[in-house]
Design a protein around this ligand. Structure first.
Ligand SMILES: Nc1ncnc2c1ncn2[C@@H]1O[C@H](COP(=O)(O)OP(=O)(O)OP(=O)(O)O)[C@@H](O)[C@H]1O
Length: 614
């Protein structure tokens, strides 16, 4: 094959790969609809339940695979959506014939509201991942026991506790009073269309700017907040959305089975959902459908019928096979295999040259930042005090920093430098004292609000979104500053050019060297067009040449914005020619230039661990 043909193949292959998220599902939907008319009605009936479980699995994949939170509460939203959607259908469908126009919106809304309540508790109370998962599970169990005792009549609908709720009308799409019952095959087709609607809405939501931010929150929630994203709001919306999808699945399940009982909230149901997701492939969105169809299909053909039967045995065997051979699930494994024959986008990381920016590029960057900039800002603290048990890393520190010259915090290990920076950034909240940005007190403001006011923060370790490309990392930072796509495009290109990452634009950030990741992290801070920059050991992992360039950058930036950094590299600090503060045991110990501090015996004492003068 000629080389051109090979390239063409690769391009076609890449294009096909890039569109596979909607192309293959669309083909499957068409194939499903084509089959729906001709398959055996009983198989159509059973397969309808697999699609419904697929929708339920999709609801979990959004929140777990994309949002990073393993929720065992999906069956709670599913059950509540099922019950309330069915109550609406029982009472209102006699007036319209069509059942779905009542059950689906009511199911979606009730699922979303319930999920929003749970999300509010979990995310705003800042629970850890394990606690959150357990709470979501407890929530499901709570509803399970409630449903067993809860007896109420709502219009014609009777919720009978343990006896469940019967007389739920089947799926009907006609708007005619007393419509002809739909055939099992037609119901199958309708459920496929609803599943396709849920899938494509989710797919495009996750491809949108919103979805990109959700992905970044999963990868590093602290970094996402350090860029100025209100991560809890994103988490709440994602979780509520997943609750809506689960509620739709529940409403469909009610119409499919014509009967609901508390077992919809049961432990087995709750644990089945993550298994569908894992078997199909987490984070693929289409995977849960594959998982549900595979498990349901195997159970059916091994004699289990619609539900139950051999399901538990099949689940056990499937999970063992999965753990041994297919850790990423069926679609995940398929995805990995396909990627192997695509050109490796990370190859370009090896072609890297060291960062080499010039004055002109810096001027470009400054211009772009200045266009988006606010008034210059002063950062100050007043007797800021932070303690961890008996350790006091920030002990009544009062300092002020403004634009003009860079500020460096130095001191021996454990002096409290990083803690002070984190207290200014909002990562640590002080027990007493105050932090100000100009005259605005920000002591208890969350990180993202400080960033919105004009702060840009870089932590000690480079924090980049490893799975995202270099360009995407910069873009997501640019987009954070005011949700302006145009600005994000412009600033990310300028910073990319400035950092000399043109060749690495499509390289995944995790493939970069440590030093390059430092630069990328600094670049992300620059994309925010901040007025106060906090950098924790920015020169760590950089070559001498890079450190020299960083020094030039810091000096130029500090002319029009406040730059405060923590550093151990004394040559670097000296090259900045700025203000230096020595911290020791959480307190300000000395201030001055590097030269004067070098001659200060007290400072030498604390560095050398002597006690002569200090
Ligand atoms: N989250 C935390 N929980 C408990 N103790 C902490 C925490 N963060 C910092 N400390 C403690 O506070 C003290 C100061 O730590 P900090 O990292 O601020 O010092 P540093 O001057 O930045 O040190 P280094 O130069 O080694 O990074 C240390 O004793 C550290 O163990």
């Amino acid at each position: 094959m000629a080389e051109e043909d090979v390239n063409m193949d690769i391009t076609m292959n890449q294009k096909l790969y890039n569109t596979s998220g909607w192309l293959f599902p669309a083909l499957f939907v068409f194939a499903g609809l084509a089959l729906a008319g001709s398959i055996d009605p009983y198989l159509a009936y059973v397969a309808t339940s697999w699609i419904i479980f697929g929708i339920l699995g999709l609801s979990l994949d959004v929140v777990w695979g994309r949002g990073g939170f393993l929720s065992l509460g999906q069956t709670a939203f599913y059950g509540v959506g099922g019950y309330l959607g069915s109550v609406a259908a029982i009472n209102l469908s006699p007036f319209t014939g069509n059942t779905l126009i009542w059950s689906l919106p009511v199911g979606a809304l009730s699922g979303a509201l319930l999920a929003a309540c749970l999300a509010w508790i979990i995310f705003y109370a800042r629970m850890g991942p394990l606690q959150s998962t357990i709470l979501s599970y407890t929530f499901t169990l709570l509803l399970w026991s409630l449903a067993q005792t809860f007896k109420v009549e709502i219009g014609s609908a009777v919720i009978g506790g343990d006896n469940g709720m019967s007389s739920i009308p089947s799926v009907a799409t006609d708007f005619a009073i007393n419509p002809e019952p739909m055939s099992l095959n037609s119901v199958f087709a309708v459920v496929i269309v609803i599943a396709a609607f849920c899938y494509f809405c989710t797919y495009f939501l996750m491809k949108s700017h919103f979805g990109k931010v959700v992905d970044c929150i999963r990868l590093d929630d602290q970094k996402a907040e350090l860029l100025g994203y209100d991560i809890r709001r994103y988490q709440l919306i994602t979780f509520s959305y997943s609750g809506a999808i689960a509620g739709i699945a529940g409403a469909l399940f009610g119409a499919w089975s014509n009967y609901l009982n508390p077992s919809i909230f049961s432990v087995q149901e709750a644990l089945l959902v993550p298994i569908y997701v894992l078997v199909g492939g987490i984070s693929t969105l289409a995977g849960p459908f594959v998982g549900a169809i595979m498990i349901g299909g195997l159970s059916f053909w091994l004699g289990g019928g619609a539900v139950g039967g051999q399901t538990t045995l099949i689940l056990g065997v499937t999970l063992i096979v999965l753990v041994l051979f297919l850790r990423n699930g069926v679609l995940g494994a398929f995805n990995l295999l396909w990627k192997r024959i695509l050109p490796d986008q990370n190859d370009a990381a090896l072609q890297s040259s060291s960062v080499n920016f010039c004055e002109k590029k810096l001027a470009n960057l400054q211009k772009a930042c200045a266009e988006n900039a606010r008034q210059s800002m002063t950062l100050s603290t007043d007797k800021a005090y932070k303690k961890f048990g008996g350790v006091v890393p920030v002990n009544e520190v009062s300092l002020a920093f403004s634009a003009g010259n860079p500020y460096a915090l130095i001191g021996p290990n454990g002096a409290g430098k990083s803690s002070f920076l984190k207290t200014c950034a909002g990562i640590y909240l002080p027990e007493s004292g105050a932090v100000f940005l100009n005259n605005t007190e920000i002591t208890h403001k969350p990180i993202f609000q400080r960033v919105k006011l004009g702060m840009g923060i870089k932590n000690q370790k480079p924090q980049v979104f490893g799975e995202k490309t270099v360009k995407e990392n910069l873009w997501i930072a640019g987009y954070a500053s005011n949700r302006d796509e145009k600005f994000a495009n412009t600033i990310s290109e300028i910073v990319l050019d400035f950092l000399g990452f043109e060749q690495q634009r499509n390289v995944q950030a995790s493939a970069l060297s440590h030093g390059q990741q430092q630069w990328l992290d600094i670049g992300m801070v620059l994309c925010l067009a901040p007025k106060v920059i906090l950098l924790d050991e920015p020169a760590a992992g950089m070559t001498n040449d890079e450190t020299r360039q960083l020094s030039e950058l810091v000096k130029s930036l500090s002319k029009y914005m406040t730059v405060l950094l923590v550093e151990h590299d004394m040559d670097f600090v000296r090259s900045l020619d700025g203000n230096v503060t020595v911290l020791h045991m959480g307190s300000v110990f000395a201030e001055g230039s590097v030269e004067s501090l070098r001659e200060d015996e007290r400072v030498l004492d604390i560095y050398l661990g002597r006690k002569e003068y200090a």
